[in-house]
Each structure stands twice: as C-alpha cells, then as structure tokens.
Design a protein around this ligand. Structure first.
Ligand code: AMP
Length: 489
C-alpha cells in the first residue's frame, strides 16, 4: 500500500498530514498527486468523499512551496473555483490545514458576505484563493482582483457549475488567466457540455477516474417506504425518534419544504435545523456548526445546499421527497457511510413519486427493498396533529419542482450560453452582497432577498433575472422582481 511518505511531498506537508492522522492516500490521491506534482494537467472524475480535495491541494502546495515567490498584488498563484460557498470554505479549510507548516496564505472569495475583508485579504497577494465564480467576477470587474499571477487553475465540481449556470462566467474567468498555467478539472459526471469545457481548458491532460458509489452504496442499508404525502412528517418524526439515528440529513425538494419539515420536527421535540439558499450565511454556518457538534439530530436540506458538505458520522439519510434526477439519489445517500462506516438511507415514496422511483431504480440498477405504511391509522392521527403544528405544504408536481427549483430553465440556459454577460459589476455601489446577487448567481442570496442582515440590497437581482444571463452589476433603484434564483437552493 502506498503511504504519503512514498509520494515525495515536502516535509511540512507530511507533518500536516500526520497531524490529521492521515497516513495512506486514498485511491484518487495515490493516482493524482504524482501527476499534479509533475505539473501536468489533470482531468479527474470523482466526487466529494473520495479525498479529492487533498488530491489536488497537497501537490499544489508542494509545487507552490518548492518555487516560492510572492503573489502579485491583488493576485494569487493558485485559483480554485468552487460552485458553492460551503464547498469553497471546506476546500480552503483543507488547504489551510495542509499548509499549516508551510507559511503559505489561503483566502476565500464568495458572495453573501462583505467585500471589504475580501479586498483587504487580496490586496497584498495570496498564494491560494478559493472562489465562487460570481463574486470573483465582481472583484475582477472592480479590479480588486487580478488573474495575471495564476500558475495553477482548479475547477472543482464542474458538473454542478453547469447546473448552476456558471459555464459562461467560467469561460470568462479562464480567458483572463495566463496561457502558461497548469489546469486541474474535477467533475463527478461528464455531460457533453462539461466534456467540451474540459477540452477547452485542459492541455494534454492525464485522467483519473474514481467511482466510489459502488463501494459506498454497498455499505448503505437502503430501504423505501410507501406513504401518503401528507403523512410523511409524522412518519419522519417516528423514525427519527429511534435511538439508532444519531445524526441525519433529511432531503426535501424545496426550500419551503425544508423549513416546514424542520419546524414540524422541532415542534415534535426533535432537534432539527434547515439549511438552504434563503438562509443568511450566518444562519447556515450556525446550523452546520450545531449539526457537526451533535446538537442537531436532523439537518433538513435541499440537494444543492447539502452537496459537498463534509460532515462525518451521519448515521441516516432520509429522502423525505425523492429527487427529480436519479444521480441526486446516489449523491444524497452517499452523505452517510463515509470513511468506511455503515449507514442507513430511508426514502419516502408517495403515489405521485412512483415515476421518480422507477428512474432511480433504473439508473442505480437495483430494486430498493420497500415497506408499505399507507393506510396506517396511527400515522393518520398524527398527521392531523401535524397540520396544526406546521401546516402542510401545497402539492407541487415533483416533475415541475426541480431541485434547483428557483432557477428558471430559460435563465439557466441563457447563462450557459456563450456571450451571456460581461461580469462587470459595482460591488461598492450595489451594497455588499448585492453586486453578487445582482448577477443571479445566488452567492449573495442573502443580500438579494433582503434577508442578509444588512449585507446587501438585492436591487440588481431583478435586473439580472430580467436580463437572463446578463452579468452586469446592480443598479440603484432597479426593482426586485420575482424571477430570482439561487444556486444554493
Ligand atoms: P473530500 O473528498 O476531499 O471531501 O474528502 C473526504 C473526507 O476524507 C474529508 O473529511 C477528508 O479530510 C478526508 N480525507 C482525505 N484524505 C484522506 C486520507 N488520505 N485519509 C483519511 N481521510 C482523508
């Protein structure tokens, strides 16, 4: 078995790995690290949970440390693009931990928070910046960031970037990068458009592919319960009261659904919190911290908010509603059974979700063992009480309620089309967070919704939505319209 010590990584990096108790590289690390250390471009097919962050962070830090030089003012030597702020934070935390004994600097750039600290962090130059595309575009537009010093460019979760309409901004960012650079490209899946983007960005790449699903899925005890839609909440409360459930993620299809379920569970005496794009950054961080600390038994989340969140020891995943896309089922249940542990995944299926179940079983080539709890009198009685605690949600056709539910498909298509905008904005003018939000990328969602605790005004959102892929910044006095969306659903 390869050990980290066999890979030729710099001593301070090995020390940081030892601090974390990591001795053996995961398969993607064993494959990718030597390639990246040589300076080659890399195409990695892998998802969160495989150890992919360290697979690029370790050799990048090694290379930066080997050839130390100051980053240019407002510039950085390594740029990592991530689709969501949670993932960006997680990646940056990983970099910081591995760089603990190297003296290299790491900063994050994402929406929903103030510009000032980010500008100050960038001012003198940084070794590694982990950014979401929207806010980075804002900084480039404002000239508070420059890409001229980038030696290594990492695009993480490329398929999710496509889903969120980030392909055009990515192309714009890439067009400003120095030609002579190393590119690393990671994606869990390779739809055509992502393959095309990879082809444009990568030069003679080596490729590594890790598909952990099979092994992960094998360790997950999956089951499915047929249940009436309106009785799902009491059923969930019943299942959550089992002592075996230590820490769980409950997936709903919509943000409002997540809130309602969390509210109901709390009223039913079960510690629960919800996490989605309408929450302020502070609320999301607090919910995650409480969840990690074990104070919250059930974290109720929408797909995109939960994706990429790295919390270990999740004993159970509940699919309160089945996802519209079968791949999301695999992503969801993969939140449990991490780090070699076992896990339980229980999915609820109401009559209107039968076709979604069919799709999932077809895509995963398995039949999920099922139980029928329909016509359960005890649940019917509890459901009546539930309605009083937190009124049930109106029925929404699951086919129409896309997990990125507030992203009008036309808007998403336009964003992914070339020529969709200029990335110019005026963060200083639009209110912190507002500039980002105005671009409809949602990282500044808080601002856009006016819920950001004064972080933004959201004035530009209507403009962005109306413009459909127009990445101009906010304008004062532009009315907010309803067709807004957030990638962090
Ligand atoms: P990632 O796929 O990068 O999100 O990593 C998944 C989890 O595995 C994270 O909690 C990492 O800190 C952890 N991890 C990464 N590499 C290793 C390793 N070689 N040994 C043990 N744990 C690791």
């Amino acid at each position: 078995m390869t050990q980290f010590t066999d890979l030729g990584l710099a001593k301070p990096i090995l020390k940081a790995l030892a601090d974390k108790g990591y001795t053996q590289p995961t398969p993607i690390q064993a494959q990718a690290i030597p390639i990246v250390m040589k300076g080659r471009d890399l195409l990695g097919i892998a998802q969160t949970g495989t150890g992919k962050t360290a697979a690029f962070a370790l050799p990048i830090l090694h290379r930066l440390a080997e050839d130390r030089r100051p980053a240019p003012r407002r510039g950085f030597r390594c740029l990592v693009l991530s689709p969501t702020r949670e993932l960006a934070t997680q990646i940056a935390d990983n970099f910081k931990a591995y760089a603990a004994h190297l003296g290299l600097s790491v900063a994050t750039i994402f929406g929903g928070v103030k510009y000032g600290p980010q500008m100050r962090a960038l001012a003198a130059g940084v070794d590694v910046v982990v950014a979401t595309p929207g806010r980075l575009m804002d900084h480039l537009g404002e000239k508070s960031a420059t890409l001229g010093g980038v030696e290594i460019f990492v695009l993480d979760e490329a398929d999710q970037m496509l889903d969120l309409g980030f392909v055009v901004p990515i192309r714009k960012i890439a067009s400003q990068l120095p030609k002579d650079r190393q590119n690393l490209f990671f994606s869990a899946t390779m739809p055509g458009e992502i393959g095309k983007l990879a082809g444009e960005l990568l030069k003679n790449p080596a490729s590594v592919s890790i598909t952990p699903q099979a092994t992960t899925v094998e360790r997950i005890d999956q089951s499915l319960i047929y249940i009436e839609a309106q009785r799902k909440r009491p059923l969930l409360a019943e299942l959550l009261s089992d002592k075996a459930v230590e820490r769980s993620i409950v997936f709903t299809r919509t943000k409002r659904g997540a809130d309602r379920v969390a509210k109901y569970l709390t009223a039913a005496g079960i510690e629960a919190a919800s996490i989605h794009g309408d929450k302020t950054q502070g609320q999301r961080e607090r919910a995650l911290a409480a969840f990690k600390a074990g104070e919250v038994k059930a974290l109720v989340a929408t797909d995109i908010a939960a994706r990429g969140i790295d919390v270990n020891d999740i004993s159970h995943v509940f699919n309160y509603e089945l996802p519209n896309v079968p791949e999301a089922y695999v992503h969801r249940i993969g939140r449990t059974a991490r780090k070699g542990k076992d896990g339980v995944a229980i999915s609820f299926c109401s009559d209107d979700e039968r076709s979604l179940l069919k799709d999932i079983e077809k895509a995963t080539r398995q039949k999920i063992p099922s139980f029928d709890r329909r016509n359960d009198k005890a649940l019917a009685a509890a459901a009546a009480v539930a309605d009083k605690l937190a009124p049930a949600e109106k029925y929404v056709d699951p086919r129409k309620a896309d997990p990125r539910n507030n992203v009008p498909s036309e808007l998403r298509r336009k964003r992914n089309r070339n020529g969709g905008g200029q990335g110019k904005s005026a963060p200083g003018k639009g209110g912190q967070g507002g500039g980002q939000q105005a671009q409809g990328r949602g990282e500044g969602r808080n601002g856009g919704r006016g819920k950001g605790g004064g972080q933004g005004q959201g004035q530009g959102q209507g403009k962005a939505a109306a413009g459909g892929g127009d990445f101009r910044g906010p304008k004062r006095g532009v009315q907010q319209v309803e067709t807004r969306w957030s990638p962090i659903d």
